[in-house]
Design a protein around this ligand. Structure first.
Ligand code: FPP
Length: 248
Protein backbone atom coordinates (compact mmCIF):
# COMPACT_ATOMS: atom_id res chain seq x y z
CA UNK A 1 0.00 0.00 0.00
CA UNK A 2 1.53 3.39 -0.95
CA UNK A 3 2.13 5.49 2.14
CA UNK A 4 2.03 9.28 2.01
CA UNK A 5 5.40 10.86 2.68
CA UNK A 6 3.95 13.90 4.40
CA UNK A 7 0.61 14.17 6.23
CA UNK A 8 -0.93 17.42 7.46
CA UNK A 9 -3.65 17.41 10.09
CA UNK A 10 -6.21 20.06 11.00
CA UNK A 11 -6.99 18.98 14.55
CA UNK A 12 -10.55 20.21 14.95
CA UNK A 13 -13.36 19.54 17.39
CA UNK A 14 -11.73 19.91 20.80
CA UNK A 15 -14.30 22.46 21.96
CA UNK A 16 -17.29 20.42 20.79
CA UNK A 17 -15.87 17.26 22.34
CA UNK A 18 -15.72 19.01 25.71
CA UNK A 19 -19.09 20.73 25.38
CA UNK A 20 -20.74 17.36 24.60
CA UNK A 21 -19.47 16.18 27.99
CA UNK A 22 -20.40 19.35 29.87
CA UNK A 23 -16.72 20.13 30.35
CA UNK A 24 -14.70 23.27 29.68
CA UNK A 25 -13.22 23.75 26.20
CA UNK A 26 -9.77 23.58 27.75
CA UNK A 27 -10.46 19.98 28.79
CA UNK A 28 -11.02 19.22 25.09
CA UNK A 29 -7.63 20.72 24.25
CA UNK A 30 -6.02 18.73 27.07
CA UNK A 31 -7.34 15.40 25.74
CA UNK A 32 -6.49 16.68 22.23
CA UNK A 33 -2.86 16.90 23.35
CA UNK A 34 -3.06 13.17 24.23
CA UNK A 35 -4.22 12.52 20.65
CA UNK A 36 -1.19 14.47 19.41
CA UNK A 37 1.08 12.14 21.40
CA UNK A 38 -0.62 8.96 20.19
CA UNK A 39 -0.85 10.00 16.53
CA UNK A 40 2.75 11.24 16.43
CA UNK A 41 3.99 7.97 17.89
CA UNK A 42 1.93 5.95 15.39
CA UNK A 43 3.12 8.08 12.46
CA UNK A 44 6.71 7.49 13.45
CA UNK A 45 6.16 3.75 13.93
CA UNK A 46 4.54 3.30 10.53
CA UNK A 47 7.38 5.20 8.85
CA UNK A 48 5.91 8.51 7.69
CA UNK A 49 8.64 10.98 6.76
CA UNK A 50 6.80 14.07 7.97
CA UNK A 51 3.67 15.17 9.76
CA UNK A 52 2.54 18.76 10.19
CA UNK A 53 -0.01 19.61 12.86
CA UNK A 54 -2.14 22.76 12.85
CA UNK A 55 -1.83 23.52 16.55
CA UNK A 56 -2.58 27.26 16.66
CA UNK A 57 -3.65 29.50 13.79
CA UNK A 58 -2.92 33.19 13.25
CA UNK A 59 -6.65 33.69 13.80
CA UNK A 60 -6.71 31.73 17.10
CA UNK A 61 -5.14 34.74 18.86
CA UNK A 62 -8.63 36.28 18.80
CA UNK A 63 -10.10 33.54 21.03
CA UNK A 64 -10.87 34.42 24.68
CA UNK A 65 -7.61 35.25 26.50
CA UNK A 66 -8.17 32.43 29.01
CA UNK A 67 -8.40 29.84 26.21
CA UNK A 68 -5.31 31.23 24.44
CA UNK A 69 -3.39 31.11 27.70
CA UNK A 70 -4.50 27.53 28.44
CA UNK A 71 -3.41 26.47 24.93
CA UNK A 72 0.00 28.08 25.50
CA UNK A 73 0.29 26.17 28.80
CA UNK A 74 -0.55 22.91 27.03
CA UNK A 75 2.03 23.60 24.32
CA UNK A 76 4.68 24.28 26.94
CA UNK A 77 3.75 21.11 28.82
CA UNK A 78 3.91 19.15 25.56
CA UNK A 79 7.31 20.52 24.53
CA UNK A 80 8.82 19.78 27.94
CA UNK A 81 7.07 16.43 28.44
CA UNK A 82 7.77 14.99 24.98
CA UNK A 83 11.46 15.85 24.88
CA UNK A 84 12.64 12.30 25.65
CA UNK A 85 10.13 10.69 23.29
CA UNK A 86 11.23 13.00 20.46
CA UNK A 87 14.94 12.49 21.07
CA UNK A 88 14.74 8.72 21.70
CA UNK A 89 12.88 8.24 18.43
CA UNK A 90 15.13 10.39 16.26
CA UNK A 91 12.31 12.84 15.50
CA UNK A 92 13.23 16.32 14.30
CA UNK A 93 10.94 19.01 15.69
CA UNK A 94 10.23 21.98 13.44
CA UNK A 95 7.80 24.88 13.54
CA UNK A 96 6.16 27.08 10.92
CA UNK A 97 4.30 30.31 11.56
CA UNK A 98 4.88 33.57 13.32
CA UNK A 99 6.58 31.89 16.29
CA UNK A 100 8.07 35.18 17.53
CA UNK A 101 4.54 36.05 18.64
CA UNK A 102 4.41 33.14 21.07
CA UNK A 103 5.04 33.89 24.75
CA UNK A 104 8.54 33.03 25.97
CA UNK A 105 7.17 30.16 28.06
CA UNK A 106 6.42 28.44 24.74
CA UNK A 107 9.14 29.93 22.56
CA UNK A 108 11.98 28.93 24.89
CA UNK A 109 11.22 25.17 25.08
CA UNK A 110 10.33 25.24 21.37
CA UNK A 111 13.69 26.77 20.42
CA UNK A 112 15.53 24.41 22.76
CA UNK A 113 13.92 21.27 21.35
CA UNK A 114 14.26 22.47 17.76
CA UNK A 115 17.98 23.00 18.33
CA UNK A 116 18.47 19.76 20.24
CA UNK A 117 16.66 17.65 17.63
CA UNK A 118 18.07 19.47 14.58
CA UNK A 119 20.37 16.60 13.57
CA UNK A 120 17.80 13.85 14.04
CA UNK A 121 17.13 12.04 10.80
CA UNK A 122 13.86 10.24 11.55
CA UNK A 123 10.42 11.73 11.00
CA UNK A 124 10.02 15.52 10.93
CA UNK A 125 7.25 16.72 13.24
CA UNK A 126 6.26 20.27 12.31
CA UNK A 127 4.00 22.29 14.56
CA UNK A 128 2.10 25.06 12.80
CA UNK A 129 1.99 27.73 15.49
CA UNK A 130 0.58 31.21 15.04
CA UNK A 131 0.36 29.98 11.47
CA UNK A 132 -1.72 31.05 8.50
CA UNK A 133 -1.33 29.87 4.93
CA UNK A 134 -1.98 33.30 3.44
CA UNK A 135 0.33 34.94 5.97
CA UNK A 136 3.01 32.43 5.04
CA UNK A 137 2.65 33.21 1.32
CA UNK A 138 2.65 36.95 2.04
CA UNK A 139 5.92 36.60 3.97
CA UNK A 140 7.46 34.62 1.12
CA UNK A 141 6.38 37.26 -1.42
CA UNK A 142 7.87 40.02 0.75
CA UNK A 143 11.20 38.17 1.03
CA UNK A 144 11.19 37.51 -2.69
CA UNK A 145 10.50 41.19 -3.45
CA UNK A 146 13.36 42.20 -1.15
CA UNK A 147 15.74 39.94 -3.08
CA UNK A 148 14.55 41.35 -6.40
CA UNK A 149 15.09 44.89 -5.08
CA UNK A 150 18.56 43.93 -3.81
CA UNK A 151 19.40 42.54 -7.24
CA UNK A 152 20.00 38.98 -5.98
CA UNK A 153 16.93 37.54 -7.69
CA UNK A 154 16.12 37.93 -11.38
CA UNK A 155 12.31 38.30 -11.73
CA UNK A 156 12.38 36.36 -15.00
CA UNK A 157 13.53 33.27 -13.07
CA UNK A 158 10.56 33.27 -10.67
CA UNK A 159 8.64 30.04 -11.17
CA UNK A 160 6.86 27.57 -8.89
CA UNK A 161 10.15 26.12 -7.59
CA UNK A 162 11.53 29.59 -6.91
CA UNK A 163 8.46 30.59 -4.86
CA UNK A 164 8.61 27.27 -3.06
CA UNK A 165 12.12 28.03 -1.83
CA UNK A 166 10.80 31.06 0.07
CA UNK A 167 8.16 29.08 1.96
CA UNK A 168 8.87 27.69 5.44
CA UNK A 169 7.92 24.21 4.22
CA UNK A 170 10.52 24.15 1.42
CA UNK A 171 12.67 21.49 3.08
CA UNK A 172 9.76 19.12 3.78
CA UNK A 173 8.55 16.39 1.43
CA UNK A 174 5.52 17.41 -0.67
CA UNK A 175 2.26 17.34 1.29
CA UNK A 176 0.51 14.15 0.12
CA UNK A 177 -2.44 13.95 2.48
CA UNK A 178 -4.49 16.38 4.53
CA UNK A 179 -6.76 15.07 7.27
CA UNK A 180 -9.35 17.29 8.95
CA UNK A 181 -11.27 15.97 11.92
CA UNK A 182 -14.70 16.89 13.33
CA UNK A 183 -16.79 16.88 10.16
CA UNK A 184 -15.95 20.40 8.99
CA UNK A 185 -15.04 20.48 5.32
CA UNK A 186 -12.84 23.50 4.81
CA UNK A 187 -9.16 24.39 4.74
CA UNK A 188 -9.17 27.28 7.24
CA UNK A 189 -6.00 28.92 5.96
CA UNK A 190 -3.81 25.81 6.37
CA UNK A 191 -0.88 25.17 3.95
CA UNK A 192 -2.68 26.76 0.99
CA UNK A 193 0.26 26.54 -1.40
CA UNK A 194 1.37 23.08 -0.30
CA UNK A 195 -2.12 21.58 -0.68
CA UNK A 196 -2.07 21.89 -4.49
CA UNK A 197 -2.06 18.12 -5.14
CA UNK A 198 -2.71 16.73 -1.67
CA UNK A 199 -5.44 14.16 -1.16
CA UNK A 200 -8.08 15.38 1.30
CA UNK A 201 -9.78 13.27 3.95
CA UNK A 202 -12.50 14.69 6.17
CA UNK A 203 -13.56 12.53 9.09
CA UNK A 204 -16.38 13.09 11.57
CA UNK A 205 -14.24 11.94 14.50
CA UNK A 206 -13.55 14.79 16.93
CA UNK A 207 -9.82 15.39 17.50
CA UNK A 208 -9.74 14.25 21.17
CA UNK A 209 -11.18 10.89 20.01
CA UNK A 210 -8.79 10.61 17.03
CA UNK A 211 -6.16 8.01 17.83
CA UNK A 212 -3.77 5.73 15.95
CA UNK A 213 -6.52 3.46 14.56
CA UNK A 214 -8.15 6.49 12.93
CA UNK A 215 -4.83 7.54 11.39
CA UNK A 216 -4.35 4.03 10.02
CA UNK A 217 -7.89 4.09 8.54
CA UNK A 218 -7.05 7.39 6.79
CA UNK A 219 -3.79 5.93 5.46
CA UNK A 220 -5.70 2.95 4.11
CA UNK A 221 -8.16 5.26 2.37
CA UNK A 222 -5.24 7.24 0.94
CA UNK A 223 -3.82 3.98 -0.44
CA UNK A 224 -6.94 3.48 -2.56
CA UNK A 225 -6.78 6.93 -4.18
CA UNK A 226 -5.44 7.38 -7.69
CA UNK A 227 -3.24 10.46 -7.78
CA UNK A 228 -3.13 11.90 -11.26
CA UNK A 229 -1.35 15.28 -10.91
CA UNK A 230 -3.23 16.56 -13.95
CA UNK A 231 -2.53 13.48 -16.10
CA UNK A 232 -5.11 10.98 -17.36
CA UNK A 233 -5.86 7.74 -15.58
CA UNK A 234 -4.46 5.84 -18.61
CA UNK A 235 -1.15 7.67 -18.37
CA UNK A 236 -0.88 6.87 -14.67
CA UNK A 237 -1.61 3.16 -15.24
CA UNK A 238 0.96 3.06 -18.10
CA UNK A 239 3.65 4.69 -15.95
CA UNK A 240 2.91 2.20 -13.12
CA UNK A 241 3.39 -0.68 -15.59
CA UNK A 242 6.68 0.85 -16.77
CA UNK A 243 7.89 1.25 -13.19
CA UNK A 244 6.96 -2.38 -12.45
CA UNK A 245 8.84 -3.62 -15.55
CA UNK A 246 11.88 -1.48 -14.67
CA UNK A 247 11.99 -2.79 -11.14
CA UNK A 248 11.84 -6.48 -12.15
C1 FPP B 1 -9.42 23.15 17.20
O1 FPP B 1 -10.51 22.75 18.00
C2 FPP B 1 -8.17 22.98 17.93
C3 FPP B 1 -7.33 23.99 18.28
C4 FPP B 1 -7.59 25.39 17.95
C5 FPP B 1 -6.09 23.75 19.05
C6 FPP B 1 -5.41 22.45 18.84
C7 FPP B 1 -4.59 22.16 20.05
C8 FPP B 1 -4.36 20.93 20.58
C9 FPP B 1 -4.80 19.69 19.93
C10 FPP B 1 -3.66 20.74 21.88
C11 FPP B 1 -2.31 21.28 22.02
C12 FPP B 1 -1.40 21.00 20.87
C13 FPP B 1 -0.24 20.32 20.93
C14 FPP B 1 0.63 20.22 19.74
C15 FPP B 1 0.21 19.66 22.16
P1 FPP B 1 -11.62 23.82 18.36
O2 FPP B 1 -11.29 24.39 19.68
O3 FPP B 1 -11.76 24.82 17.25
O4 FPP B 1 -12.89 22.91 18.44
P2 FPP B 1 -14.41 23.32 18.10
O5 FPP B 1 -14.45 23.62 16.63
O6 FPP B 1 -15.16 22.08 18.45
O7 FPP B 1 -14.74 24.49 18.96
Amino acid sequence: MPLPRHVGIIMDGNGRWAELRGQSRVEGHRVGADSVRDVTRAAREIGLEAITLYAFSSQNWSRPASEVSALMDLLREYLLGERDEIMDNGIRLAAIGDVERLPSRVQDPLDALRAESANNTGMVLTLALSYGGRESIARAVAALARDVAAGTLDPSTIDVDAVNRYLPTHALPPLDLLIRTSGEQRISNFMLWELAYAELIFTDVLWPDFRRQHLFACLEQYGTRERRFGLTSGQIVASDVETDVEST
